[in-house]
Design a protein around this ligand. Structure first.
Ligand SMILES: *Cc1c(COP(=O)(O)O)cnc(C)c1O
Length: 412
């Protein structure tokens, strides 16, 4: 039997293999908002669940092609695309949780997700934040009304690595939905399915798109969760194979009703970006490790948080999960006597910008920007220092990145 093709081969050929006209290597970019039918029965059939397109708010052939591409990367059973990672996350929480339900979440999460939890609490969803690097803390938070557990694979910005495997095994035993935000690791470092995730969210705006030219988000069902016993699936979506019910509800309520739809234009750009994900990730991971090692030994640097360093509390776990690659995000705490703004203003290669997973290296002061809104007390709980920088490492030459830090640190 022929050997199975690798991640890159499958990714660069995925559009073409779905069938295109004239041997085109890309799926076309469909701008149509409505799709016409020559047979009224066919029109009705699509409204009643047959695969097809009716109105672009629920997807186009271009977004569907991107969905298949990411489903293949995640080795999942299906995906639904959204206009951004936050649209994907908010649609998933809002369509699967109800008033009176309980969600257990890692306390180490992206700031905007933390802010979204405020909205969920206002709507009557109970949320317990725990240190998910320890599965026992997740288990201890379980209540009779617990429906879902949420974690990030590599936490933004602290780089904590949750006990992804231990939590996955426990959720499977307990019949809980296990939702993973894999934005920082990407399916290239490890598909969420290997941790027994039920659903995986990826912000496509980050590594998967990679070029800083389009926003997008994706929810992928790994096919592992049995939705038949999940109480919040509406009667209307309890038809056909139960494996597909969760994603059907996310698509109908989250995309059709809430309308955070990805445009065909953005989907095309993200799909082109995604073709080189493995090459970019290899380069980004090796650059990040080199920069982390350089900064760690620098006398003007107090602390470097990067899972690739032996001193990182979950270094061994990260090595096991991600095969010796540790992602592109590092958090760096400068010596207390350095003015963080003066330091940043001296950098010449890195861009002072939010965002991560871009081809270009980006840096920002965490406490004054993405974590400003939550206040000093919550920042302390999350272990965010005032001189902390979040660095998203890009694909530049390693020596250029190190030299940029070297010259900026030299003046303090
Ligand atoms: C950026 C990010 C998101 C949100 O993605 P957008 O596409 O910017 O909306 C969600 N989770 C994590 C971990 C992120 O880094």
């Amino acid at each position: 039997m022929k050997k199975k093709n690798g991640f890159l081969t499958n990714t660069v050929h995925s559009d073409r293999r779905m069938g295109t006209e004239y041997g085109a290597i890309h799926q076309p970019m469909h701008p149509s908002t409505e799709y016409g039918f020559s047979d009224a029965r066919e029109l009705a059939a699509v409204f009643q669940g047959k695969a097809g397109f009716s109105y672009a708010r629920q997807g186009t052939p271009t977004t569907a092609a991107l969905e298949r591409q990411v489903t293949q990367m995640e080795q999942g059973s299906g995906s639904v695309s959204f206009a951004s990672g936050m649209a994907a996350l908010s649609a998933t929480f809002l369509t699967l949780l109800k008033q009176g339900d309980h969600l257990i979440s890692s306390q180490y999460i992206f700031g905007n997700t933390n802010s979204l939890f405020g909205t969920l609490r206002d709507l009557g969803v109970e949320i317990t934040l725990v240190d998910a690097t320890d599965v026992a803390q997740v288990q201890a938070a379980k209540q009779a009304n617990t429906r879902m557990v949420f974690v990030e694979t590599i936490a933004n910005p602290g780089t904590q690595i949750a006990d992804l495997q231990g939590i996955g095994n426990w959720c499977a035993e307990q019949g809980l939905v296990y939702l993973i935000d894999a934005t920082l690791s990407t399916p290239y470092l490890c598909p969420g399915k290997r941790f027994q995730a039920s659903l995986v969210v990826n912000s496509l705006s980050k590594h998967i798109g990679g070029h800083g030219n389009a926003l997008g988000g994706m929810v992928t069902d790994t096919g592992l969760f049995n939705w038949e016993h999940y109480p919040n699936i509406s009667e209307a979506y309890r038809t056909g194979n139960p494996a597909g019910w969760g994603l059907a509800q996310i698509k109908k309520k989250g995309l059709r009703d809430m309308g955070g739809t990805l445009s065909s234009d953005a989907a095309h750009r993200l799909a082109v970006g995604a073709e080189t994900l493995p090459l970019r990730m290899e380069r980004i991971c090796s650059n990040a490790l080199a920069l982390a090692r350089y900064l760690q030994q620098h006398p003007k640097v107090r602390k470097v948080m990067y899972p690739g360093l032996a001193e990182h509390p979950q270094h061994e776990r990260a090595t096991r999960y991600f095969g010796g690659r540790y992602g592109g995000l590092l958090s760096v705490v400068l010596a207390e006597d350095i003015d963080v703004f003066d330091f940043l203003n001296r950098l010449q290669v890195l861009i002072l910008a939010t965002h991560l997973g871009d081809n270009r290296s980006l840096v920002l002061p965490v406490a004054h920007t993405i974590y400003y809104e939550m206040g000093a007390e919550h920042r302390a709980l999350m272990g965010i220092a005032d001189t902390q920088l979040r660095i998203s490492v890009g694909i530049e030459e390693e020596g250029d990145l190190i030299a940029d830090f070297e010259q900026a640190l030299a003046s303090f």
